[in-house]
Design a protein around this ligand. Structure first.
Ligand SMILES: [Zn+2]
Length: 121
């Protein structure tokens, strides 16, 4: 269950940033997660809520998740196509691609703290 360790590092990062900005409350955390990370967003949300419920600074914080599709680009015919089950083979010309264009991201986009200011991370 790698969602727990991911949730843990998100909570630690958010906490550090919130302290930096002297926040008294974190209202929401906005993530961007690529499909290639194989993260079950429901599990991640569950772990996040479990961990944040123990921290007064973060308790009740909402987790927003944008999922980014896993896509590759063909080096031969230049077409872009979805990667399915980690198989990046061009549907147009059958060429195997090593050129992943999206889907590997795992980022905290922004977080909202009690002042209502969005802090870009
Ligand atoms: Zn192709």
């Amino acid at each position: 269950m790698h969602e727990l360790s991911i949730a843990q590092s998100i909570v630690e990062t958010v906490e550090a940033r919130a302290n930096e900005y002297q926040a008294t409350k974190v209202k929401s955390v906005h993530l961007r997660i690529g499909e290639a990370n194989c993260i079950v967003t429901d599990s991640l949300t569950f772990c996040f809520e479990m961990l944040t419920s123990l921290e007064p600074l973060l308790s009740g914080a909402q987790l927003l998740i944008d999922t980014v599709p896993h896509r590759a680009k063909c080096d031969r015919c230049d077409s872009e196509f979805p990667v399915q089950n980690f198989i990046a083979q061009c549907p147009t010309c059958d060429e195997w691609s090593h050129h992943i264009v999206s889907g590997t991201e795992l980022q905290i986009l922004e977080m909202e703290i009690d002042t209502g200011i969005c802090v870009a991370t």
